[in-house]
Design a protein around this ligand. Sequence first.
Ligand code: UDP
Length: 463
Amino acid sequence: MEERKGRRIIMFPVPFPGHFNPMIQLAGIFHHRGFSVTILHTSYNFPDPSRYPHFTFRTISHTNEGEDPLSRPETSGMDLVSLIRVLKQTYVESFRETLAAEVSGGDTVCCLVSDAIWGRNTEDAAKEVGVRRLVLRTGGAASFRAFAAFPLLRDKGYFSTLDSRLDGPVIELPPLKVKDLPVVETNDPDELYRIITDMVEGVKSSSGVIWNTFEDLERDQLMDCSSNFHVPFFPIGPFHKHSNDSPPKTKNKEDNEITNWLDKQQPKSVVYASFGSLADVEEKEFLEIACGLRNSEHPFLWVVRPGLVRGTEWLESLPCGFMENIGHKGRIVKWVNQLDVLAHPAVGLFWTHCGWNSTVESICEGVPMICTPCFTDQRVNARYIADVWRVGKVLERSMMDKGEIEQVVRSAMIDEGDGMRDRCLAFKEMADNCLAKNGSSSNYLDKLVRHILSFDSYAFTSY
Ligand code: UDP
């Protein structure tokens, strides 16, 4: 692919898989459209650039003297809110300097695409160097609607009375219930509020929002958001299904073993279970999940990341002989290539924490879900999966004992008369249509490219 000389996009992802993956997929889409891409990445969780040979990587170093605050052992025990606060404090200043250096040398920079979580600081940095900023929102529009309503929800007292009316409706945001509000357990709820409102304000001040969603899935939610935000919206998802220039994935020995195991299973018989890259569970919950999966008597593939079970290294809390008794019926692994797993014909059900990427990836393969949301937007996504799109069932974390798990897995796998799988397959088809020529995502992508090419970076201040 010939690169459009002088057409460079700078991207600034948040360094977690759920944010980095869609950003790198978007980079592949831009590259396919003839842009060159430079990724500014924090030294924290810095990826292996050799896996992405099409892109140039620059390191954003921490601004503190000496040790990186995020490499300290206490980081592993930090709650998500504190982690994001430290990330923003640690890297934003050095981002500003790196961006300025990038813009002053080499090809013309068409725009910056920054993750919405970085907030308004990236807007200030982009303005200083005369570059327009687009925002990538890695979550869905339904959850963004809830984030945008935080000031209203706070004024109405929802956050202060959360625990006393969990099953009550959020009248302003149907079909959400109070327990679906996208909060997270934290020692610092005020900081959570600041992060969310900064994200929302940063979206408002951007030159446009790129969404990893598609109109046929979230038309009403997108329309609702866009009527309150006077910036162009580009729902071009699902990103991972676009033609792009990502290099072919290299499979390691474990990936091949997983594929071989899946190949031996009956079509749609396997339960794939994963809670994403950030959520963790108590040891007691872990044991209930293990026994529930075993008792369901369906083959299962379960991702247990090191760090998933609080206070343990990996699987040491499983009862003695657990894996031996399961034999070939189940596999526990540290990480999988989730896109490949969900696309495998043997996978019939995804037990998920409902991170937005997992939600979209599952829908795009027509795999129905069991939803056990843990925090933030996962709760909103779960409500939409179960009650609006009706492609999954909720299994609340507080109900997660082995008997309940066994029952929910069995009934979801049987799916008689319920139609979850058929509805999910219909969404898969809609996603494919959105990406086809003249489909909504493909049209929005054309518009996005025109929008970016219309930027005259040096005329920014007069915009
Ligand atoms: N993922 C993966 N292998 C795993 C678990 C997760 O490749 O074993 C990927 C998954 O495909 C998704 C991302 O990690 O793209 C997780 O993002 P998501 O928004 O679902 O959840 P988060 O990790 O942000 O909570």
